[in-house]
Design a protein around this ligand. Structure first.
Ligand SMILES: *[C@@H]1O[C@H](CO)[C@@H](O)[C@H](O)[C@H]1NC(C)=O
Ligand SMILES: *[C@@H]1O[C@H](CO)[C@@H](O)[C@H](O)[C@H]1NC(C)=O
Ligand SMILES: *[C@@H]1O[C@H](CO)[C@@H](O)[C@H](O)[C@H]1NC(C)=O
Ligand SMILES: *[C@@H]1O[C@H](CO)[C@@H](O)[C@H](O)[C@H]1NC(C)=O
Length: 392
């Protein structure tokens, strides 16, 4: 029943339909939606779903700067992106560029380009990282959630020194921040048990994640960030790595894992509603990825895929047994696969996820709290970009 209603929702989502902005509820009186775009830069945070090369500069095994990664990227080179082509963050960036000519490139912060083009936004995302400090340490170095926030503040100070404080404030207020984190916290703490806090009871763990995340978002807000899109955690339990690891024979997603993720996403939505109420002028919006990826994995044919549970590049059952490391192990046609490697969705799947986050209708609304029935609708990223913030 649940799946059926999801299919219907997604079918609606994928039909061309302009949602009227007029009916949207927007928190904060000092904002209006305007067709005039006003986004000087985008800043990207998160994990391997967004990393565009930061980990190339770090000592870690969580790297993708070798073939066959990047084979269908613009340059056809492995850049450190965990995809056969673009990441979800890349596709979002591209959607910005279609709609707003000249939007900067957001180069990987640890790369030379980031130092050469300090006004062009930046990408702080780091594969293996999560919200918690120790998440992903087992793989080597990474930029943790807190470190990414600290590097953002470093960039912010640099901009203030170059442009002056008030121009830098306006720049930051109008920029869009994109944050995709949390999945690795579940993977490393709840599934593979490789850290001290492993296997905490689920709601206790969710609370720890949400409290830490809120603190990080508060620092970004206090620095002046106002337009922030947060991607919910995807259905980690459908990834080939876990189908292999947990010896599934049916190819079905591990629903217990997906259940953890859903509880976190529910908590995140509620947290953001109260965050926006508490912080004047804040537009921190939730964008769902779980349902779209879940449906692609479950009903690949509906989306033009042939395979929803086996990695295009990998070996062992479901291609989840070995890391994708050789051009020899690539499948015949990557766009037929939802999963590119044992853990990451393919270029084509990323395009669908990004379009959904950009302008799709989804379940990203939540009741305020248990005693109130008010439905709160988050803006899409497209709407976020079009917001004109006048004062703060
Ligand atoms: C996480 O790391 C940051 C520095 O990046 C530090 O300030 C903070 O106290 C650490 N948090 C915990 C819980 O260890
Ligand atoms: C997780 O790892 C810790 C320490 O390595 C161990 O004490 C604990 O029993 C493990 N938990 C499970 C459920 O395997
Ligand atoms: C999966 O199978 C392997 C080999 O048969 C076994 O060692 C492992 O414990 C199994 N894992 C689970 C989660 O059942
Ligand atoms: C729920 O929302 C109502 C109305 O917005 C508010 O008065 C009430 O304090 C909230 N309750 C909780 C537990 O947050």
């Amino acid at each position: 029943m649940y799946e059926l209603s999801l299919v219907i929702v997604l079918t609606i989502a994928l039909t061309p339909f302009q949602w009227s902005w007029g009916g949207r509820r927007i928190d904060g009186v000092h904002a209006q939606l305007s067709p005039r775009w006003n986004v000087p830069a985008i800043y990207i945070f998160g994990d391997s779903s967004a990393d565009s090369g930061n980990n190339n500069e770090l000592s870690t095994i969580a790297r993708a700067n070798f073939p066959p990664y990047g084979r269908d990227f613009d340059s056809h080179h492995a850049t450190g992106r965990f995809s056969d082509g673009k990441t979800t963050a890349d596709w979002i960036r591209k959607l910005f560029r279609y709609n707003f000519l000249g939007l900067p490139l957001a180069p990987a912060y640890l790369s030379r380009e980031a130092r050469m083009f300090p006004f062009q936004g930046a990408n702080f995302a780091s594969a293996g990282s999560g919200i918690l400090n120790h998440t992903g340490n087992v793989l080597g170095q990474q930029l943790s959630g807190w470190q990414q926030v600290e590097l953002f503040l470093e960039r912010w100070n640099d901009l203030a020194a170059r442009m002056g404080e008030s121009a830098a404030s306006r720049h930051l207020r109008d920029s869009v921040l994109y944050i995709a984190s949390g999945a690795n916290d579940f993977v490393h703490n709840c599934i593979t048990n490789d850290t001290d806090s492993a296997m905490l009871p689920n709601n206790e763990f969710n609370q720890l994640l949400l409290t830490t995340f809120t603190q990080q978002l508060q620092v970004l807000y206090n620095a002046g960030a106002r337009k922030v899109a947060l991607l919910g955690v995807g259905p980690v339990g459908c990834a080939p790595l876990f189908l292999w690891l947990l010896n599934t024979t049916t190819g079905e997603c591990m629903e217990t894992v997906n259940e953890y993720v859903s509880e976190f996403n529910d908590g995140l939505r509620e947290m953001l509603v109260s965050f926006n109420r508490r912080n004047r002028g804040a537009h921190f919006v939730y964008r769902d990825t779980r349902d779209a990826v879940y449906l692609m994995a479950k009903y690949p044919i509906l989306y033009g895929f042939v395979n929803g549970n086996t990695a295009c590049c990998g070996s062992g059952n479901y291609g989840g047994g070995d890391r994708c490391s050789s051009p020899m192990s690539v499948c015949g046609y990557p766009p037929y696969h939802v999963w590119w490697d044992e853990y990451h969705t393919s270029n084509r799947a990323n395009n669908i996820i990004a379009r959904q986050a950009w302008s799709g209708f989804d379940r990203s609304s939540t009741t305020r709290n248990s005693t109130s029935t008010t439905i709160y609708s988050f803006l899409t990223i497209q709407q976020l970009a079009a917001l004109q913030l006048t004062e703060d």
